[in-house]
Every structure is written in structure tokens, then in C-alpha cells.
Design a protein around this ligand. Structure first.
Ligand SMILES: C[S@@+](CC[C@H](N)C(=O)[O-])C[C@H]1O[C@@H](n2cnc3c(N)ncnc32)[C@H](O)[C@@H]1O
Length: 200
């Protein structure tokens, strides 16, 4: 992704599309939910690049303290209309945001893979390293090596568990890896790589 003006791109997407009319829509965020439980059973969770996802809705009843961060205010407004003050909202570019809290879990589904520039990937790792508390978890789902080469008109960097482990080495170690197939609302299969990394 170009680091310049991602908010304009994503705000246009969320203004034009219904929540269930985007390729990444899933009615139940089952993999995210299960792996977040593996990472921590309580505490602060930040969903980075949350979009209009229903993940926060699924985490709140379990007692997590949920923050949703997205570069698109339009996306987070959809979440706010559902959840109001039950969640914390941060409209920011994850690469330039200044974390003020530390988190038990950092969750990212289908956001990191838009970072194709190694310098942006390194910036992201630095942000996660700052924001995740020692012993906390990072749950990440990206397009797998056989996944799509682009999404929403943007190129993607596809990863297997080894490439994610290498990129986050130094601050995070691998706890769990799996593969998954997301099925888009129009029936296209998208292979994903999922990891749970532990903050050292
Ligand atoms: C493919 S969508 C995935 C949304 C959500 N994670 C889900 O699984 O439904 C990618 C999301 O990342 C957000 N995003 C893209 N680049 C971002 C950045 N640099 N900082 C914060 N959010 C970003 C977009 O606005 C969008 O909501």
C-alpha cells in the first residue's frame, strides 16, 4: 500500500459498500475469536484495521476491554452505531499512530498484508512492539502465498508463518500457526495464514 493517504482510499470504500458487500466480510469472526482466546483470556484487545467488522461485538460479552483502530472514520462510525461507548475508537494510520495504552492482544485480520514496502512493514512491527505488553499476544491473519495478489484495488504482500515469524523476530516468538480459507460473500476462496505471536 502506498503510505500516502490511505484514509481517502478506505473512506471511499466504506462509503460505497454495505458491511456485507466487501470481499473480507465474514458473518462470524470465528478464527479471530478463537485465536484471541489463545493469546489472552482477558484484558485490553486492540483490533488494528478493524473496519466495520463484528469482532468487537463478539469480544465485549466475554469481558475484554476493546479498542478498534482504523484509518477510515467511515468504517469506525459503523461500529460506533452498533456499540456506542462499549468500545474505544481510534481513527488513525497504524504506521503513524502513537499508542497511549498497552494491550494484552493486538489483532490484525487482512491489514498487514497491504504493507508491501519493507520500511512500512518494519514501522508496523515497531508499533506492535511498543503497544503490546510483555507476555501479550499478537494475532495476525494475512493472505497466504497462494492468496490474492491484490485486494480492494491495492497490491498485497502474501505471507506464510515463516515470513511473519522472521519479520516480527526480536520482539515476538511463534506460539501457534495455522492456515484457513476465507470464502468471500460471492463464493471466492482466499487462503489465509494465521499466527499467534508472543511478545517477549
Ligand atoms: C481488508 S479490510 C479488513 C477489515 C477487518 N480487519 C476485517 O477483517 O473485517 C482492511 C482494513 O484495514 C484498514 N487499514 C488499511 N490501512 C490501514 C492503516 N495504515 N492504518 C489503519 N487501518 C488501515 C482499512 O481501512 C480496512 O478497514
Amino acid at each position: 500500500m502506498s503510505a500516502s493517504e490511505p484514509d481517502a482510499h478506505w473512506n471511499t470504500v466504506y462509503a460505497a459498500k454495505d458491511v456485507d458487500d466487501v470481499s473480507w466480510y465474514e458473518p462470524v469472526p470465528a478464527t479471530s475469536r478463537r485465536l484471541i482466546t489463545m493469546a489472552a483470556t482477558s484484558g485490553r484487545v486492540i483490533d488494528v484495521g478493524a473496519g466495520a467488522s463484528g469482532l468487537a461485538d463478539a469480544l465485549l460479552p466475554a469481558g475484554y476491554d476493546v479498542t478498534v483502530l482504523d484509518v477510515s472514520s467511515n468504517a469506525l462510525e459503523q461500529v460506533r452505531q452498533r456499540l456506542g461507548q462499549k468500545a474505544t475508537y481510534v481513527v488513525a494510520d497504524v504506521l503513524t499512530w502513537t499508542p497511549v495504552d498497552s494491550y494484552a492482544v493486538w489483532h490484525d485480520r487482512a491489514v498487514f498484508h497491504f504493507l508491501t514496502d519493507p520500511a512500512d512493514q518494519a514501522r508496523y512491527v515497531n508499533q506492535a512492539t511498543t503497544a503490546v505488553q510483555t507476555g501479550g499476544g499478537l494475532v495476525m491473519g494475512t493472505f497466504a502465498p497462494t492468496g490474492p495478489e491484490s485486494c480492494s484495488g491495492l497490491p498485497t504482500a502474501r505471507h506464510d508463518a515463516d515470513s511473519l515469524v522472521r519479520l516480527f523476530a526480536g520482539a515476538f516468538t511463534l506460539e501457534h500457526a495455522e492456515t484457513d480459507e476465507h470464502v468471500t460473500p460471492w463464493g471466492v476462496i482466499q487462503p489465509f495464514t494465521w499466527v499467534v505471536l508472543r511478545r517477549e
